[in-house]
Design a protein around this ligand. Structure first.
Ligand code: FE2
Length: 370
């Protein structure tokens, strides 16, 4: 894949949190272009501690290195893998023709849910799961990373609302007590026979949540030691918006400038803005050498499950309505997507809402003599 230079804007969170209208305007302008054209932005002054991130990757790597049998109790299909360990070859990208991703992950929620949401969507708000003998700093590291990324995300969402001429709290309001999750990921080593066979670490997809924050990853060499990238072909690539000249968009490498993190637009933000902001298609390519792994992390910010996903009034043009109809409850949309990507089983869709037919069948079976 050729690396094409693109001018993806960098936003300074200090601009967005400043009292100076011209600095806020500068930040909003960067976000307007970044989210509108590329679907992502580089972020500086983000508050994520780089040393703590390294410690978390050490701890997570120690967990992943355990035998499968030791990890299996934390791989919970019954809660759709929304907490704990995701085994390899479980998740699939919808656009990837169903090929499972070559990765293992661990999910945790950095904030506790509210009781009503748990009752309404138990599998979207389960309790966190931790290995009993977790490597030191694993739990604390994942939770504190999630919280710092979330704080950065809230500033970006306020800036994004200003950039669109909306009240500043429009998107952060939708986010309150949402099913946010933080994930540590480890992409698996290729065997010599698998190298350059087209196997991808992560198939091309768009994220289904509101905003994803990526603090940056690291490679592990065949001895599982942190090391610089083994070659030029592995890493995160993004597809830009289609234009008449480039109907397939352009694939660009998403390498953040030193010290920056990446924030990318998910489907929920695209829907709410009627496509003004764009969910970024992205793919993780594997290296051309065997034995190497990659560790990374992501924080997924979601709108609350009770939010109706439909373009906000300002963006509700006939075209936007056509593109995003019908309005769907975010919690329902979450369940549907988790089925689509292989984490929830398809019968989750049969369990939605008032299950009248089941009840009637039971009543008819029980009351056959009357
Ligand atoms: Fe993604």
């Amino acid at each position: 894949m050729a690396e094409l230079p693109m001018n993806i804007p960098t936003v300074d969170l200090a601009d967005l949190s400043s009292e100076d209208p011209s600095r806020i305007e500068r930040g909003a302008l960067a976000l307007r272009e970044a989210f509108g054209v590329f679907g992502l932005v580089y972020v500086k002054n983000h508050g994520v501690d780089a040393q703590a991130l390294e410690r978390l990757y050490d701890a997570f790597g120690a967990f992943i290195a355990r035998p499968t049998e030791a990890k299996r109790p934390y791989g919970r299909a019954d809660i759709w893998y929304q907490r704990g360990w995701t085994p390899p070859n479980t998740e699939v990208a919808v656009a990837g023709n169903g090929q499972p991703d070559f990765k293992e992950c661990y999910f945790a929620a950095p904030y506790p849910p509210d009781e009503n949401s748990v009752l309404e969507f138990p599998n979207l708000y389960p309790d966190n799961i931790w290995p009993e003998d977790a490597p030191p700093y694993f739990q604390e590291g994942l939770l504190s990373l999630g919280r710092s990324l979330h704080e950065a995300g809230l500033s970006l969402l306020k800036g994004a609302a200003v950039a669109l001429g909306l009240p500043q709290t429009t998107f952060t309001g939708f986010c309150e007590r949402g099913p946010h999750v933080t994930r540590a990921l480890q992409y698996l080593p290729l065997k010599p026979s698998q190298v350059n066979t087209g196997i991808l670490w992560g198939e091309e997809h768009t994220d289904f949540n509101l905003l994803t924050l990526l603090p940056g990853g690291r490679f592990l060499d065949p001895q599982a030691r942190p090391a610089p990238r083994p070659d030029d072909q592995s890493g995160l690539y993004l597809r830009t918006r289609a234009t008449p000249e480039q109907p397939k968009g352009r694939l660009v490498r998403g390498v953040a400038p030193a010290g920056c993190i990446v924030a990318q637009v998910g489907q929920q933000l695209e829907i709410l803005t009627g496509g003004t902001f764009l969910a970024t298609p992205h793919v993780i390519t594997a290296p051309g050498v065997p034995g190497w792994q990659r560790q990374s992390a992501a924080h997924f910010m979601h709108v609350h499950t009770s939010t109706v996903l439909f373009p906000l009034e300002k963006f509700r043009t006939p075209e936007a309505v056509r593109n995003y109809a019908p309005p769907v409850l975010a919690g329902t949309y979450d369940i549907k997507t988790l089925v689509d990507i292989g984490l929830a089983s398809p019968d989750a869709l049969d369990q939605l809402g008032y299950r009248h037919y089941d009840r009637l069948h039971r009543m008819r079976a029980d009351g056959s003599s009357t």
